[in-house]
Design a protein around this ligand. Structure first.
Ligand code: NIG
Ligand code: FE
Length: 411
């Protein structure tokens, strides 16, 4: 056997799956399979083999890494981000500290419209350079695959610009990228809502599809933004052009977003800070993956999604970062897992399942990402010397990753 990289003496090789399971639901989320005293072999950018050290075949490797006292996990999969944006919005952060709400800031032309103004004035090259820095940052924090949305363009030309930048991130960085058209993110001052919805339906969707720029379509279903009915109309139109829906649902109010998502067969409904029995009932029996975005709930001081109720109902749960300048200015998935444990009372095992396999299912990259499985892309994390898996979310805010391997390349 001759390998490119051999990682030996691993204290625990976590999230090992002989064959890839589908999305993990309910009680099954409590199980995070770990091989103790393990090795992991990488060849041609793929996971070639793994097992217990005592079964290590006689072999040679170009590079050997001793992972004594360290855990190895698959890279995070972040299924909800707004990675492409022009600039940060810390001025609004200070307004919020002084008492303004997210909805009030948005109504004053802050929020998404503020980001759109800045983005419209920026060249595609500059936007790409800024986004690439963020991409490099999330790679160091352990993300191997990421979904990226548009939605700060709000004109045909600028939505296309954002999506081209997102696609280019997938080509020019080691990240696996899926893209989402979120033209229906806010209503620009230049349009009535009716006119803007028409623009999304009749011009933006066909233009995005023409250049094959988006894998998915998203709508911000929320009071003051897009109604349940508008969400359904836009999502259905996207489907006609081959974009499967994923929906921003129930962040600020019980807007009907979850029900809209289920009705259109969305792959995921994301946010869910404001849900109850009705929404959980709607999700039961559907294939729509509920996704929590703990960074946004934390940053906006919202109540967190009822993770235990969702899992007790036998549903899956995914966790993503929502990295964006207005409501979650970090794409650090280590922090998301910590917040899921601390604020949503998920166990570390549940949280890691939510941030790897379930997000991989939510962005349809399970064949290559989300678990340690032979043949999958070799995107894995080696931790620092730590006592246990539970230590990782416990030590919130610390960089517990020592080494990142992405697509078989050691960073
Ligand atoms: O997911 N909720 C809508 N979109 C983003 C926030 C966008 C912004 O404030 O810039 C979110 O939280
Ligand atoms: Fe979002």
């Amino acid at each position: 056997m001759s390998w490119d990289i051999l990682i030996t003496n691993i204290k625990g090789l976590a999230q090992v799956r002989e064959s890839t399971p589908g999305v993990i639901k309910g009680g099954a989320m409590a199980d995070l399979p770990i091989i103790e005293q393990a090795f992991l072999a990488i060849k041609d950018g793929k996971i070639a083999d793994y097992g217990q050290m005592k079964n290590l075949p006689s072999s040679s490797a170009t590079r050997t890494i001793n992972a004594e006292d360290r855990f190895v996990l698959p890279s995070f999969v972040d299924s909800h981000t707004h990675l492409v944006f022009a600039a940060s919005r810390e001025e609004e952060f200070v307004m919020k500290i002084n008492g303004a709400s997210y909805a009030e800031i948005a109504a004053k032309g802050g929020g998404i419209l503020n980001s759109a103004n800045k983005l419209q004035q920026m060249s595609e090259d500059e936007l790409f350079e800024r986004t690439r820095k963020r991409a490099d940052e999330i790679i160091r924090w352990g993300t191997g695959a990421v979904e990226i949305k548009s939605g700060y363009g709000l004109t045909v030309k600028d939505e296309l610009k954002m999506l081209r930048v997102a696609r280019k991130i997938g080509k020019e960085t080691p990240l696996k990228v899926k893209t989402t058209f979120l033209g229906a993110h806010a209503i620009p001052k230049s349009h009535t809502k009716e006119d803007y919805v028409k623009l999304v339906l009749e011009e933006m969707i066909p233009a995005v599809a023409e250049e094959k720029l988006a894998d998915y379509i998203d709508v911000f279903c929320e009071e003051g933004f897009f109604s349940k009915e508008e969400t359904i109309r836009i999502a259905e139109e996207g489907k006609k052009f081959g974009m499967r829906p994923r929906i921003h649902a129930n962040q600020l109010k019980r807007s009907g977003g979850v029900q809209a998502g289920v009705e259109v067969g969305a792959i995921s409904v994301d946010h869910l800070e404001n849900i109850g029995e009705e929404e959980i009932e709607a999700l039961r029996g559907s294939d729509t993956i509920p996704t929590a975005l703990p960074g946004a709930a934390y940053f906006l001081n919202l109540s967190f999604p009822p993770a235990r109720d969702l899992m007790s109902a036998g549903l899956p749960l995914a966790i993503a970062s929502d990295y964006n300048p207005g409501s979650s200015p970090t794409g650090n998935m280590q922090m998301m897992v910590s917040m899921a444990c601390i604020k949503m009372k998920m166990t570390p095992e549940e949280a890691f399942n939510a941030a790897t396999i379930n997000t991989a299912a939510a962005m349809e990259v399970l064949d290559t990402h989300g678990s340690i499985t032979r043949g999958k892309t070799a995107s894995v994390l080696i931790t620092k010397q730590v006592p246990s898996i539970a230590y990782l979310p416990y030590a919130f805010g610390t960089q517990w990753i020592e080494q990142v391997i992405i697509n078989g390349q050691v960073l």
